[in-house]
Write a protein that binds this ligand. Structure first.
Ligand code: DX5
Ligand code: ZN
Length: 220
């Protein structure tokens, strides 16, 4: 699996989202953090913004739903044209049904786990997902410090994925920057979300190139 970089627009200027999407032409995805003040103590954006962003950029949208009722809302993000829709295992009441619905609507289905959620109970669900997202901060805010404590889980997740054919992408999200991306790649992650490290940089394009090169170095 080639390294993929998904800049998080949480760290972008919300008043200029179309420009901010255009500012990262070398991104593989645009990571869109949807927060509802219930699953996490922060509120960001929802479907209308995703629909508008979809029309404003050709870069596929990687929607990360940090919301209390993903079973109800996730399919609508797929219908809105998101290329990938990720739900949290801690929030979903019917993850198998919801993941299947996301796929049936033509999007990639992702399952996210908080730092303290073990990956092993979800092994049997790997066939239902296209991407596993391991949070490397507690979800809710950008700019937090990377949690090294998650790295052993990244390794174990990579092993589980390997045992199931190696098809599932392994994403890390939170505190990923030039100082931490190599450890994540070495542990087995292949899709990297970066908010502050991209949109906080004076040259976002160069920041993405730098992150990609560092991740590739770590696995070569
Ligand atoms: C946190 C979000 C992340 C956030 C990452 O809950 O899921 O996507 O934007 O931001 P950085 O890269 O600044 O940690
Ligand atoms: Zn995110």
């Amino acid at each position: 699996m080639a390294v993929q970089i998904s800049p998080s627009i949480l760290a972008a200027d919300f008043a200029r989202l179309a420009d901010e999407a255009a500012a990262v032409p070398n991104a593989d995805w645009l990571h869109v953090d949807v927060m509802d003040y219930h699953f996490v103590p922060n509120l960001t954006l929802g479907l209308p913004v995703v629909e508008a962003l979809r029309k404003a950029t050709d870069t596929p949208l990687d929607c990360h739903l940090m919301i209390a009722d993903p079973d109800r809302w996730a399919p609508q993000y797929a219908e809105a044209g998101a290329g990938s829709v990720t739900i949290h295992a801690e929030a979903a009441k019917a993850p198998v049904r919801t993941l299947r619905e996301i796929r049936s609507l033509g999007a990639r289905a992702g399952l996210a786990l908080n730092p303290a959620t073990a990956v092993e109970p979800y092994e049997d669900l790997l066939g239902e997902v296209d991407m596993l997202l391991l949070m490397t901060v507690e979800p809710g805010f950008g700019g937090q410090k990377f949690l090294d404590v998650v790295l052993p889980k990244v390794r174990r997740a990579r092993e589980l994925i390997g045992r199931h054919g190696g098809r599932v992408w392994l994403q890390v999200d939170g505190g990923v920057d030039a100082g931490t991306i190599e450890r994540c790649a070495e542990a087995g992650a292949d899709v990297f979300v970066a908010g502050s490290a991209v949109y906080g940089a004076s040259d976002p394009v160069a920041a993405i190139d730098g992150l990609r090169a560092a991740a590739n170095r770590a696995v070569s």
